[in-house]
Design a protein around this ligand. Structure first.
Ligand code: FAS
Ligand code: PHB
Length: 408
């Protein structure tokens, strides 16, 4: 392996912000900053097709939609996004609608696949002439706690060096950025749940016009959608399950067993376009900045998808960092740069709490004798929240998304 000094560095570049990763965090941040005249370069290890093809989130908070529009990538979501003003919760024989609009004064969420959002942002960046390196190799961050941080990487077998003012680690949970924070500085909080989600995407009409979250004694199920003709379903499965144990026929039969009769009878099945198993964890790394490095999105935190917060939390980190860098470069307010972690973590922990709450409420935990009390507590928790206006309002205002923190 060549050391940095041994290489005959081919390309010296400079920008204000080096962005590691071209997922939703990196693309949204890059596009917002380009439009604010703050130049940036994105370095991504996978191909653009691979990044765009990842099937993931599907529910966007209004704050995320607003940022997409501000990034100049909101036209298609305005045309094709499906606005949802309510959702349903099912627990045993109880089926309750949460009136998102009525409980939050016109709040709502928009159904729009992460793949579509990624495509819109890639196209917007292309149109803005933003510089991106896909399929970059051996990406390394240097002097993140010094005055002149820089990134080195290989692209098309050529060595590059990118000097920058700041680095945004938008490289996800398995990225390299978080590991640049010294172990005696980084504090990690984690809860691994005793189950995973098996997801299936199909070109079948959704079983219901709104999302349905089910706590059935056999396990959690979620009925979501991407359009009037494309559905997304999830089943809680043991963490040891493998995809090959779940042929489509078994998935549909199990989903039917967990849905209320009326929905089960209406369910239209079809071949899986995609199937994946995702282990569930809550994870937060503090601080979310170190020297000239910022951690953004999944690089800093992971939430169980039960609260539909993962992508939206990444977007709110982006909004906070964007507002800070805009204030710094446009108003010479570099004093606010040091406040990113403090501001971002306030909302990260509240979204982590809600995602943990929804996961604890709606999943069945391994039923051992001593879990009998916990199951009764779960039922009482559900019964209280859906039958109390305060409880329903709590679920509604967290689900549509708490306000993004402003930077004063
Ligand atoms: P991402 O992980 O999306 O992007 C990080 C990018 O950095 C990737 O493109 C990666 O290739 C790149 N990268 C990594 N290491 C690098 C390196 N060394 N150099 C350069 N680039 C590097 N959220 C929901 O709200 N609802 C859901 O249903 C949902 N389902 C999910 C299912 C799965 C399987 C996963 C993994 C996540 C899911 N999420 C869901 C959460 C997900 O949507 C994330 O919150 C979202 O992708 C976060 O975006 P980023 O922070 O950009 O991280
Ligand atoms: C999805 O449509 O992928 C989805 C919706 C709601 C969630 C999680 C995933 O809570």
């Amino acid at each position: 392996m060549l050391s940095d000094s041994d290489r005959t560095v081919r390309r010296e570049m400079k920008c204000k912000l080096a962005i590691i990763g071209a997922g939703p965090s990196g693309l949204l941040l890059g596009q917002l900053l380009l439009r604010a005249g703050i130049d940036n370069v994105i370095i991504e290890k996978k191909s653009a097709d691979y990044v765009q093809g990842r099937i993931r989130a599907g529910v966007l908070e209004q704050g995320t939609v607003d940022l997409l529009r501000e990034a100049g990538a909101g036209r298609r979501i305005d045309d094709e996004g499906i606005v949802h003003r309510g959702l349903e919760l099912v627990f045993g024989r109880c089926r309750d609608r949460i009136d998102l609009q009525g409980l939050t004064g016109d709040g709502a969420v928009t159904i729009y696949g992460q793949t579509e959002m990624t495509r819109d942002l890639m196209e917007a960046r292309e149109a803005s002439g933003g510089l991106s390196f896909y399929e970059a190799e051996d990406v390394r961050l240097h002097d993140v706690d010094g005055e002149r941080p820089y990134v080195t990487f290989m692209h098309d077998s050529q060595p590059y060096r990118l000097s920058c003012d700041y680095i945004a680690g938008c490289d996800g949970y398995h990225g390299i950025s978080r590991h640049c924070i010294p172990q005696d500085v980084l504090v990690e909080y984690e809860r691994v749940y005793p189950f995973s989600w098996l997801g299936l995407l199909s070109d079948t009409p959704p079983v219901h016009h709104e999302l349905v979250y089910v706590n059935h004694e056999r396990g959690f199920a979620l009925c979501s959608q991407r359009s009037a003709s494309r559905s997304r379903y999830y089943l809680q499965v043991p963490p040891t399950d493998r995809l090959e144990e779940w042929p489509d026929s078994r998935f549909w039969a199990e989903l039917k067993r967990r849905l209320p009769d009326k929905l089960s009878q209406r369910l239209v099945t079809g071949p899986a376009l995609e199937k994946s198993i995702t282990p569930l964890r809550s994870y937060v790394a503090e601080p979310m900045q170190y020297g000239k490095l910022f951690l953004v999105g999944d690089a800093a935190h992971i939430v169980p998808p039960t609260g539909a917060k993962g992508l939206n939390l990444a977007a709110s980190d982006v909004g906070t960092l964007y507002r800070i860098l805009k204030k710094a470069y446009q108003e010479n307010r570099f004093d606010v740069v040091g406040r990113y972690s403090e501001i971002a973590l306030r909302r990260v922990w509240k979204a982590t709490r809600f995602s943990w709450f929804m996961t604890s409420l709606m999943h069945t935990f391994p039923s051992r004798e001593e879990m009998a009390f916990e199951r009764r507590m779960q039922q009482a928790e559900y019964d209280y929240y859906v039958n109390s206006s305060a409880g329903q309002k709590t679920i509604a205002e967290n689900y549509v998304g708490l306000p993004h923190d402003l930077v004063d």
